[in-house]
Write a protein that binds this ligand. Structure first.
Ligand SMILES: Cc1cc2nc3c(=O)[nH]c(=O)nc-3n(C[C@H](O)[C@H](O)[C@H](O)COP(=O)(O)OP(=O)(O)OC[C@H]3O[C@@H](n4cnc5c(N)ncnc54)[C@H](O)[C@@H]3O)c2cc1C
Length: 403
């Protein structure tokens, strides 16, 4: 695999770097380093404005086809953008669920009318989205979804047009409290079971039938929520794919989770690791050979992750990689690495890791990292689920018993 960048790629990198430097030195200078998992509450409105500034300057939806408002950039240039974005310290995006999950799902499975209606709002960051899959009884076992939806004649309709009426509860819905819309997996065929009879509905959040209750996290923030649908309504044509075929569409979206932006994520990880090394140098724990050894191992792990991500993105022939579980391998590796980094940060911090310096006794960056990285090995498919996938699809081990 050739890992060298062409002159055009290097020119693109310089363009991105210059644009970000300029953009982050004026009005948006204060946003560097803000937001991200566990810190979504930070400067939220200002980050929406930042995302809109990116959009008007042509830096959103880089991989989307140009007929849908994207830039159809080659994969390597998307990687370069995410690397430079992370390196610049630009704030975490607020519109990533729409841009990375729903938008590509609509491009792959939606109707022209759905694309025309929703893609501009995602691209221009005028409508924010959340993902309504998990339920109290359906997480790893997503096919156990119990939220129901049925078609009814629309309220006040004179032409007997229909709409979906949704009842049920979702949980862990990230950013539901700020979202305008939710893509909801719901059971639309009464009596259906498991993967059959589900539909993928686009439901407006700002209506009487939707109640959002924030869940307070270990870190003190509340960036995910319980969402209750009680007679919530959405138009009959806002189903993606055929009614009853929602499982296929939902799996299509899951396949998109953690795409090219994982490379940028790794640049962020590298910065965190540098911070832990600096802390170890500062408080003398770098002299402890066990700590020094673990820091070196963390650095090596990061490099392995980077090379593996590049290998996956480079599209090495499928037969060379074996059965495709690359997304599961990448998720298992980065989530475990990141959780261990949080643990290592606490060891490096020593007693300071379990105390707060002064009122108002906020968590410091390392305490927050330690606590939030517990979530990494759960969301987007837990480590155990990723191991099951690897065991069954790559190693050919017997399938686990399923109900
Ligand atoms: C930070 C965060 C953000 C999230 N955001 C969203 C969101 O925006 N939208 C959304 O829909 N969901 C979201 N989720 C939910 C997430 O997808 C689920 O938490 C995840 O799928 C696990 O489901 P669960 O929590 O119900 O745990 P369970 O499925 O109940 O699992 C509990 C434990 O049992 C293990 N386990 C389960 N089944 C098996 C098995 N077959 N073999 C071995 N072990 C097993 C799991 O690994 C886990 O350790 C988010 C979660 C987190 C933590």
């Amino acid at each position: 695999m050739d890992l060298t960048y062409s002159a055009a790629d290097e020119a693109f990198r310089a363009e991105v770097r210059t644009w970000l430097e300029d953009a982050l030195s004026g009005e948006f200078a204060g946003l560097r380093g803000l937001g991200g998992p566990g810190r979504e509450h930070e400067a939220f409105e200002a980050r929406v404005a930042w995302d809109r500034h990116l959009a008007t300057s042509g830096w959103t939806c880089l991989g989307w086809p140009d007929r849908y408002g994207g830039r159809a950039l080659p994969l390597l240039q998307q990687v370069i953008f995410h690397e430079e974005y992370a390196r610049s310290g630009a704030p975490a995006r607020v519109s990533h669920i729409g841009e990375e999950l729903l938008g590509p799902t609509l491009i792959a499975f939606g109707t022209d009318a759905q694309r025309e209606r929703f893609l501009p709002g995602i691209r221009n960051v005028t409508e924010l989205w959340c993902q309504g899959y998990s339920e109290p009884g359906a997480g790893s076992d997503l096919a156990a979804v119990a939220t129901k939806a049925r078609l009814e004649v629309s309220r006040g309709s004179t032409d007997r047009s229909q709409e979906w009426v949704v009842d049920g509860q979702k949980v862990w819905t990230s950013l539901a409290h700020v979202a305008d819309w939710c893509f909801v997996l719901a059971r639309t065929e009464p009596g259906s079971q498991r993967h059959a009879g589900l539909s993928y509905l686009l439901v407006p959040m700002r209506q009487d039938g939707v109640e959002v209750r924030p869940i307070e996290q270990l870190t003190g923030g509340s960036e995910f929520n319980e969402v209750f649908f009680t007679g919530a309504r959405t138009d009959a044509d806002l189903v993606v794919g055929e009614p009853g075929d929602g499982w296929r569409v939902a799996m299509g979206t899951l396949g998109l989770e953690r795409g090219v932006s994982t490379i940028g994520q790794q640049v962020g990880f590298a910065r965190e690791l540098e911070g832990v090394v600096a802390l170890a140098r500062h408080n003398g724990s770098l002299d402890d050979p066990v700590i020094a050894d673990r820091l070196v191992r963390a650095r090596m792990g990061l490099e392995v992750m980077r090379l593996n991500a590049l290998r996956t993105l480079s599209g090495a022939p499928r037969q060379a990689r074996g059965p495709d579980a690359s997304a599961s391998i990448a998720k298992l590796v980065w989530a475990t690495w990141h959780r261990r980094l949080g643990e290592l940060a606490m060891e490096v911090a020593g007693p300071a890791g379990i105390t707060a310096a002064a009122a108002p006794y906020d968590l410091d960056a390392w305490q927050r990292l330690f606590l939030f990285t517990k979530a990494d090995t759960i969301y987007g498919g837990s480590n155990e689920i990723q191991r099951n996938i690897i065991a069954e699809r790559v190693l050919g081990l017997p399938r686990e018993a399923r109900s």
